[in-house]
Design a protein around this ligand. Sequence first.
Ligand SMILES: Cc1ncc(COP(=O)(O)O)c(C=O)c1O
Length: 375
Amino acid sequence: MNPIPFNKPFMTGRELWYIAQAHTNGHLSGDGQFTKKCHGWLEQRTGAKRALLTHSCTAALEMAALLADLQPGDEVIMPSYTFVSTANAFVMRGAVPVFVDIRPDTLNIDETKIEAAITPRTKVIAPVHYAGVACEMDTIMDIAQRHNLIVIEDAAQGIMSTYKGKPLGTIGHMGAYSFHETKNIIAGEGGALLVSDPQLAERAEIIREKGTNRSQFFRGQVDKYTWVDIGSSYLPGEVIAAFLWAQMEEADSITARRLALWDKYHEALAPLEAQGRLRRPVVPEGCTHNAHMYYILLDSLEQRTRVLANMKSQGVSCVFHYVPLHSAPYGVKNSRHHGDMQHTNQQSDNLLRLPLWVGLEEEQERVIRALREAL
Ligand SMILES: Cc1ncc(COP(=O)(O)O)c(C=O)c1O
C-alpha cells in the first residue's frame, strides 16, 4: 500500500512556463511583471489598499513590527498556541509577547480575555486565524480602538477566508499571508503584507526596499532614490513571483478542491463525534474558511500518541502542533502570559492533523478508514 504523505505541494502546471517567461523578460530581481500581477490580484481579491510580496509570512510580520514602531519593552498580546514567527517578529524589536488563552471551539485567541491583559505598555494585538478560521474580529477591533492599539493579523493560513464578508488580513491595520509550501497557495517560501492605511502603505514600500524610496523612483515620483528610513530586503525575486502567479490564477479551483476534501472529512467523522470519540473543527457563523487544515481533537496526549502511531502503521502520515510558546524554552524566559492557559495546554496535547492536499481525493477514503481503525 502506498504511504499517504501529510502534505504534497500542488502544482497547477503553469509554474515552469511562467518562470521561463520571467527568464525571457530578463528581469529576475523583485517587483517585475509577475510581482505586479500578484500584487494586483491580492489587492483586487482582498480590497487591501496595498499588498506587497515578501519572502515569507515571517518577513511580512517583521515588516509589520517595524511599521508599528515597537520599542523595547512594548507589549504585544497574542495567543501562545501559534507558530513561533507570530512572537519572534515582535521579540526582534525588543517587544514582549503577552499570551492569553485560546477559545476551546476555534482554538483562536479568546477575545474575552484580551482586555484584562492590556497594560500601559501594550501597543499591538496580534490575532492568529488558526486553520484559516477567523478570530472574533469585531470584538478585537473594538478593544483596539478603545485602547488605541494596532491590530496585526497573522493570516498565514487565512488566504481566501472571510469574517462577516471581509477577507482575513484586511480587517486589522495590517495582515500577513504565507505562501509556504504547506499552505493553500504556494511559492515554496513566500508571503505578503496587506496594509490599508495609505501612510503605512507608503512606509511599508520603503521598509521593504532596504529603507529607500526606490519604489517611488521606479514610478517616476522622485528623480533619484536614497536612504529615507530603516528597512531591509523583504521582496522576493521574480522567479518566486512567477511561480506564485501560476498558483493565484488557480486559487479558486484549489480552494474548491480543498473544501470538498474538508467537507468529506467533516461528514465522515460526524458519527464519531456523536459517539464522543473525537471533536471536529468549528467554523463560527459569519465566517467562511479556506479548508487550510482538517484537525481532530482527541481526549489526551496518550490517546493522540497511540492514534498517530497507529495511523503511521497503516501508512498514513498525520502531524500535530504547536508546542505552546509560553512553555517553549525561549518563551519561558522572554514572554509572559496573562491568566491560565488551560485550553492552550490541553488542545496542543489533543490535536491531530489529517492529510489534506489537492490530489488526495482518490485516497481520502483510506485515511478515514485508517482513522476509524485507529480509534
Ligand atoms: C500562524 C503562522 N504564522 C506564521 C507562519 C510563518 O509563515 P512563513 O513560513 O511563510 O514564514 C506560519 C507558518 O506555518 C503560521 O502557521
